[in-house]
Design a protein around this ligand. Structure first.
Ligand SMILES: [Zn+2]
Length: 254
C-alpha cells in the first residue's frame, strides 16, 4: 500500500516542477498513511521535488519527528503535521514557492473571480501573515493550520502557498490552479486592472464544476503522462490514456 502512495508522491513532485512550482530543493509534499493516520510520508530535504524515489521518501509522525528514512527532514515539517493534526479529513499537504502566487501576495489584494481558475477560489483564500519567515516549529505550524481553517488552499504572504487535499491528486490540482489564478490576475493587474468578472449568480455552480473530484484525478493523470512522454519514459499503467483509467463520473451520459 505504501508503495502505491509513494508512487503518487513521486509523480506529484514531478508534476509540480513541470508546472513551474519547483524552487530548487525547497518546497515539499506529504501524504498521510490511511492505516496509521498519525504518520505520513514526506519528501526529504536536500532534493528537488522531481527527485523523489521509493527509497528517499521519509516517514514522519504527527509531532513532526522523522521515524524512518535516511534523508533529512524539512524544517517546515510542521506545516504538514499540524494541518494533519487539526484536519482528520486531510490526506495530503503540500507547500511550494510558486513565483506568481508570491508576487501576487505582495499586492495585498484578494483573489478575484476573473478566470475559471480564479472562480475556484472565489469563496476566499486565507492569507497567513503572522510571519513571512519559515514555519519551523509546532506553534507556527498550528497558526498556519488555524488560518487554513476548514479551507483547502492558502497563501503564506511573501513566501508561498499551502494546499490540503483529500488525496495527493487534489492537493496538487489545487496548487496548480491557485498559481494559475494568481498569474492570470497579475496579468490583468499589469494591463490596467481587471474590469469584468464572473457573474455573481454563476459563481457557486462554476466553482463546483471546476473543482470536481473526477477532474482532479484526470488532470493529474494527464500531467503524469505529459512528464513521461517528454522524457521518453514508459507511462505507468494506471496513468495511461485508456478509457478504463478515466473517471467519467462527472460527465453526463457516461
Ligand atoms: Zn517555504
Amino acid at each position: 500500500m505504501t508503495d502505491t502512495l509513494r508512487e503518487k508522491l513521486i509523480n506529484g513532485g514531478r508534476v509540480l516542477v513541470d508546472e513551474g512550482q519547483g524552487d530548487y530543493v525547497w518546497g515539499h509534499i506529504s501524504a498521510r498513511l490511511s492505516d496509521n493516520p498519525n504518520r505520513f510520508l514526506m519528501k526529504p530535504g536536500c532534493l528537488g521535488l522531481e527527485e523523489l524515489t521509493q527509497d528517499n521518501i521519509i516517514t514522519v509522525d504527527i509531532e513532526g519527528e522523522k521515524i524512518a528514512g535516511d534523508w533529512p527532514r524539512h524544517n517546515e515539517v510542521y506545516i504538514h503535521s499540524e494541518i494533519m493534526r487539526a484536519r482528520p479529513d486531510v490526506m495530503a499537504v503540500l507547500h511550494t514557492h510558486p513565483e506568481h502566487a508570491i508576487a501576487f501576495s505582495s499586492l495585498g489584494k484578494p483573489l478575484q473571480a476573473m478566470s475559471n481558475d480564479g472562480t475556484m477560489f472565489s469563496a476566499g483564500v486565507p492569507v497567513f501573515s503572522e510571519t513571512t519567515d519559515l514555519i519551523t516549529d509546532q506553534p507556527r505550524g498550528k497558526s498556519v493550520a488555524k488560518v487554513l481553517g476548514k479551507g483547502n488552499a492558502m497563501i503564506l504572504r511573501n513566501h508561498g502557498i499551502v494546499t490540503a487535499g483529500r488525496s495527493v491528486e487534489e492537493a496538487v490540482f489545487l496548487a496548480i490552479k491557485l498559481e494559475r489564478a494568481c498569474r492570470i490576475q497579475l496579468l490583468a493587474e499589469n494591463a490596467g486592472g481587471p474590469k469584468l468578472f464572473v457573474k455573481e449568480e454563476e459563481l457557486a455552480a462554476k466553482r463546483a464544476r471546476t473543482n470536481r473530484g473526477d477532474s482532479q484525478g484526470n488532470a493529474f493523470s494527464y500531467l503524469v503522462r505529459r512528464w513521461h512522454l517528454r522524457c521518453g519514459c514508459d507511462v505507468p499503467k494506471q496513468y495511461q490514456a485508456t478509457l478504463e483509467n478515466f473517471d467519467r463520473s462527472g460527465y453526463k451520459g457516461g
